[in-house]
Write a protein of this length. Structure first.
Length: 136
């Protein structure tokens, strides 16, 4: 793993959360993007080398809506940048971690992503992210 890529935060109202984080961080969101495979609309903020991803569910029974229903709004996941998502998935599987998908899928911000189940990662939902390039 290379570095923390971003911190994902589940929110009920993306527009209100964007306003709050703009005030909090002192910078506006630089991108909004829908991710149909995850039933979310995302909004990204950058502060120095760090990124925050706000996530609002597009469906009342989507993963983010269910997470908010169970735990309320707040930190949803920690994403780590990896150089080779397939190799990292294989390594984690061999180490006994449970992956939530067998193959990486397209995520927000031009990334291939895979999630590690929180039950096998100390209660934290972990996202692996690899930048999509011509070689990905």
């Amino acid at each position: 793993m290379i570095r923390i890529e971003h911190i994902g935060i589940a929110v009920k109202d993306l527009a209100a959360a964007e306003e709050l984080y703009h005030k909090l961080l002192g910078v506006p969101s630089y991108k909004r993007e829908g991710v149909e495979s995850e039933d979310v609309i995302t909004s990204f903020f950058r502060v120095g080398p760090n990124k925050i991803e706000l996530l609002e569910s597009t469906h009342p029974d989507g993963p983010i809506a269910r997470a908010i229903e169970k735990r309320g709004e707040g930190i949803h996941h920690i994403a780590y940048e990896v150089a080779d998502i397939h190799a990292e998935m294989a390594r984690l599987k061999a180490e006994g971690f449970t992956l939530l998908n067998e193959e990486p899928k397209r995520g927000a911000d031009n990334k291939l992503v895979c999630f590690v189940h929180p039950k096998s990662a100390g209660g934290v939902l972990v996202e692996l992210c690899q930048e999509i390039t011509d070689r990905s």
